[in-house]
Design a protein around this ligand. Structure first.
Ligand code: RTP
Ligand code: MG
Length: 142
């Protein structure tokens, strides 16, 4: 399987619940390495740029408001099949549909406050990583 990089964000709800460590533990125990981190709080406009693909969707304004409502932890995960593996560990977007044992099943409260973001393709991962990080900030350990 190819070694890939993907962007993970621990969203404001999960940062607020103090479960950063639990979420990163799940990544590390499943073969993903953290190769860069940035804690920040996005403005609504920055959140809007990050989620530009969803512009015009009915949930877009709520999504931007939520993602800018508090600090987030953006990080780059590296490992075999990282994009799909991260999505599997996250679980379904709506926590009511998330498989038991996934991050969203255990930590998400609603479809809006759903604990984590993960890139949905290798192409989008590259775009999303570049949104938060310069290449100099990523320390690959492969
Ligand atoms: P994310 O981008 O945050 O990793 O989530 P995702 O791929 O699982 O879901 P996506 O379709 O990309 O949607 C981005 C975020 O928008 C909110 N959403 N609300 N009310 C709705 O129908 C709805 N659909 C999406 C969610 O918070 C989702 O994480
Ligand atoms: Mg998405």
């Amino acid at each position: 399987m190819p070694v890939q990089r993907t962007l993970s964000i621990i969203k404001p709800d999960a940062v607020g619940k103090n479960v950063i460590g639990d979420i990163i533990r799940r990544f590390e125990e499943n073969g993903l390495s953290v190769i860069g981190t940035r804690m920040t709080q996005l403005s609504a406009a920055e959140a809007g740029r990050f989620y530009e693909v969803h512009a015009g969707r009915p949930f877009y304004n709520d999504l931007c408001a939520f993602m800018s409502s508090g600090p987030i932890l953006a990080m780059v995960l590296e490992g075999q099949n990282a994009v799909v593996l991260n999505r599997q560990l996250m679980g379904a977007t709506n926590p009511k549909e998330a498989e038991a044992g996934t991050i969203r099943a255990d930590h998400a409260d609603s479809i809006d406050a759903n604990a984590v973001h993960g890139s949905d393709s290798v192409e989008n991962a590259a775009i999303e990583i570049a949104f938060f990080f310069s290449g100099l900030e990523l320390i690959s350990r492969g």
